[in-house]
Design a protein around this ligand. Structure first.
Ligand code: C5P
Length: 297
């Protein structure tokens, strides 16, 4: 018997970052939108906890207990006094260390898959509390759709979204470490009074009305200067997508994946082909958002 869960990637359509807190985290006003790039996590009974991974960048995915999928299985098992004896297979399509919450997706996916495999029937609240323990972005991977994350990003309020937004994602060579990007944010803002992060009403309205042009005007990522400082070549990727007709471009989360919002599906195809022929990225993918959260398939 095995259970497979499909989990979406995310793009942050607003990532407002406050100053560093005493615990090292940053308060955020973080609006997540789930998009249609997915990892699939399959679990089945095994003599002990093991992980395998296939797909682009899988050689950079840890196969030990530092993997969020393994930690999810262990935390869930510990809460129920059972042993986490499963084999976890991750079929990767979300860019690794790309700023699209791929590792968080695997954590949420393994959690839901183990809950079903072990017949635990945990409530959504129980699963969300384990997700928050695993990492700031993991609760959203479970929920999907669109949501505002406050605190360090883990306290979620679901947001209404109408219609479909068309996106292109440009994958970069290699990843960027999220803590390193936050560290660069702190370095760039040293001596600056960083304002408290505030959720944008204009952005919530753009999501609620399905207005791509208004969403384009409201997109903001406070981590973008830090990601560009660490990876200056991303500027050429961003400008290539804009020249090809994107409504807006931004770095996805902590990067180095870049995101392009377009008016429609044809616009997305045009931006993707310009990006692919430009040599400024490893790959370009067309997709849409919102997407469903973690789902048993
Ligand atoms: O929560 P998560 O484990 O995904 O966070 C990874 C790292 O990103 C943290 O250790 C921290 O350095 C940084 N981070 C942060 N503020 C947040 C979320 C993450 O500084 N709100």
């Amino acid at each position: 018997m095995s259970v497979t869960v499909r989990v979406p990637a995310k793009v942050n359509v607003q990532l407002a970052v406050g100053g560093a807190r005493p615990d090292g985290f940053h308060d955020l006003a973080n609006v997540f939108l789930a998009v249609g790039l997915y990892d699939e996590v399959t679990v089945r009974p095994a003599p002990s906890l093991t992980i395998t991974c296939t797909g682009p960048g899988c050689d950079q995915v840890p196969l030990d207990r530092t993997n969020l999928a393994a930690r999810a299985a262990e935390l869930l098992a510990a809460r129920h006094g059972i042993s986490p004896d499963v084999h976890i297979h991750i079929a990767k399509d979300i860019p690794v260390a790309g700023g699209m919450a791929g590792g968080s997706a695997d954590g949420a996916g393994a959690l839901l898959a183990c809950d079903v495999l072990w017949g635990l029937g945990s409530s959504r609240e129980e699963l969300l509390s384990i997700c928050a323990e695993l990492g700031s972005d993991v609760p959203f991977s479970l929920v999907g759709g669109a949501a505002l994350g406050t605190g360090r990003g883990e306290q979620l309020t679901e947001l209404e979204v109408r219609g479909t937004f068309h996106w292109v994602f440009a994958m970069a060579d290699g990843g960027l470490s999220t803590p390193v990007v936050f560290g660069e944010f702190d370095r760039l803002n040293a001596g600056v009074a960083v304002p408290d992060p505030v959720a944008s009403p204009a952005l919530a309205a753009a999501l609620r009305t399905g207005d791509a042009a208004a969403l384009a005007d409201a997109l903001v990522n406070d981590l973008q200067p830090a990601a560009l400082s660490l990876r200056p070549s991303l500027a050429a990727t961003l400008s290539t997508g804009m020249s090809a007709g994107a409504l807006a471009s931004l770095v996805s989360g902590s990067g180095p994946t870049t995101a392009f919002l377009t008016k429609d599906a044809d616009g997305a195809e045009a931006v993707a082909s310009a990006l692919m022929s430009s040599g400024t990225c490893r790959a370009a993918r067309v997709t849409t958002g919102p997407a469903r959260g973690a789902t048993v398939v």
